[in-house]
Design a protein around this ligand. Sequence first.
Ligand SMILES: *[C@@H]1O[C@H](CO)[C@@H](O)[C@H](O)[C@H]1NC(C)=O
Ligand SMILES: *[C@@H]1O[C@H](CO)[C@@H](O)[C@H](O)[C@H]1NC(C)=O
Ligand SMILES: *[C@@H]1O[C@H](CO)[C@@H](O)[C@H](O)[C@H]1NC(C)=O
Ligand SMILES: *[C@@H]1O[C@H](CO)[C@@H](O)[C@H](O)[C@H]1NC(C)=O
Ligand SMILES: *[C@@H]1O[C@H](CO)[C@@H](O)[C@H](O)[C@H]1NC(C)=O
Ligand SMILES: *[C@@H]1O[C@H](CO)[C@@H](O)[C@H](O)[C@H]1NC(C)=O
Ligand SMILES: *[C@@H]1O[C@H](CO)[C@@H](O)[C@H](O)[C@H]1NC(C)=O
Length: 410
Amino acid sequence: MVSFRAAFLLVTTGVLLAWVAAAALPCPQHCECQHGTLLVNCSRLSLTSVPRGLPADVQQLILENNNIAKLARSDFRGLTALQFLDLSSNQLDTHGIAADAFDDLPSIRTLDLSYNTKFFDVPAQLPSQLTTLYFIQNSLIHVRKDAFANLTDLIHLDISYNGVESIAPGAFQSLSNLTVLYCDFNKLKDNGVPPSVFKPASKLSILGLRFNQLTRVPVDIPAGLEHLDLVGNQIVDLPSRVFSNLTQLQTLEIWQQPSLTTIADDAFAGLGKLQILDATSTGLNKVTNRTFDGLSGAWEVYMSLNKIPAVPAGAFHAMRNLSSLWLDANLITTLSPEALDTSILPHLSEVYLWGNPWTCDCHLRWLKEHIDNNNTAPAIDSPHLNVCNAPPKLKGRAFDSLSPKDFVCG
Ligand SMILES: *[C@@H]1O[C@H](CO)[C@@H](O)[C@H](O)[C@H]1NC(C)=O
Ligand SMILES: *[C@@H]1O[C@H](CO)[C@@H](O)[C@H](O)[C@H]1NC(C)=O
Ligand SMILES: *[C@@H]1O[C@H](CO)[C@@H](O)[C@H](O)[C@H]1NC(C)=O
Ligand SMILES: *[C@@H]1O[C@H](CO)[C@@H](O)[C@H](O)[C@H]1NC(C)=O
Ligand SMILES: *[C@@H]1O[C@H](CO)[C@@H](O)[C@H](O)[C@H]1NC(C)=O
Ligand SMILES: *[C@@H]1O[C@H](CO)[C@@H](O)[C@H](O)[C@H]1NC(C)=O
Ligand SMILES: *[C@@H]1O[C@H](CO)[C@@H](O)[C@H](O)[C@H]1NC(C)=O
């Protein structure tokens, strides 16, 4: 028979043990923890290896900005709950990662290997259950055909700032769930992007190719794409129907492209869902009545800092939903009131026209009257920044220093 005293001792010991088990696991020395130890942050500690004794319940482990050069399976043993591992800004390279380094991490979904700079290749030993891989600012020059072959669950991939010059045909072949691909600030030329290379990524929604060296729009971009970023390339023209497969596209960014001089009629055919077109700062030197055909849903259109010399009266009429139109800093000398006719463009609310070399004659008097007459529907932004370039006697005069009577012909 157990004595009362012994029973009491047993019970209190049991309670004590239960309490110890339920209590917060210790946060590793020098690291910061949140939500108990679900997030363990050991950033900026000059660590040369993964700390020992990591709490078994950790879900997010931040090891960024250390000097870790090697990873072994024992580093992550027992971390079955770990979902998010940030190893950015370390000294890792492919050889420093053991083949089985990630084998004890069944829950891992997000891995950040950015800013290690010594990765010349995507390591073959990455866990196949990853859905997000950040691989920014490493030294990947060529994306091999099987670089992502095992990463069939990938949804989000970022290989920006690597110096990538070429992608092998089939490199995205197994990425049928890929939704976001950023390949910005690399060195891709046209021949580095094989035809149809993006096509297997049939769920792709965002494609970032900002600041590469492309001279034309890649073909066979997946038809479900919603956001296409071609900013800062060397594209020279947008041929007719070049985007016609992208019927779901919502934003198209092609700004900072001085080489782009020509947008063919019907270049935007098929883009009925496009909302925002940003073609600021290109070399575009001609706009016709059909340049914007197809953009029936576009409501924000940026055409600032181009070389547009003239705008025909019907140029914007296909864009029935147009609300904001940026035409500032072009070479436009005159404009027909029909171009901004709100009976055809009922949503047009603001237009940016300053920085054009206006010829202030009778053909432009309507604009001065419109500005003076409450300047609504559409509002002309910063009207005082509209300055006459001709006739000679009005050269340099701002609109607000003139009266409509000054706008006369011969
Ligand atoms: C980790 O700690 C560093 C340094 O204290 C801090 O800058 C960073 O924001 C933290 N990261 C997270 C995810 O909490
Ligand atoms: C894919 O995984 C297998 C088995 O884990 C491995 O042997 C192979 O090297 C991996 N291939 C690539 C291209 O990563
Ligand atoms: C893609 O995602 C779906 C839905 O989340 C999932 O059922 C499927 O297994 C994934 N396919 C691959 C190849 O990972
Ligand atoms: C549009 O899709 C068709 C059929 O897949 C393809 O042949 C064609 O090259 C695509 N056009 C462009 C401009 O990508
Ligand atoms: C125009 O905008 C309205 C409301 O913002 C929207 O319901 C409609 O679908 C748009 N039209 C087109 C052609 O996209
Ligand atoms: C452009 O459209 C306007 C308005 O519909 C029309 O008056 C003009 O003649 C057209 N110009 C050309 C060159 O087709
Ligand atoms: C200008 O706006 C004021 C105040 O909204 C209004 O009373 C006036 O009628 C408008 N003038 C014209 C010419 O539309």
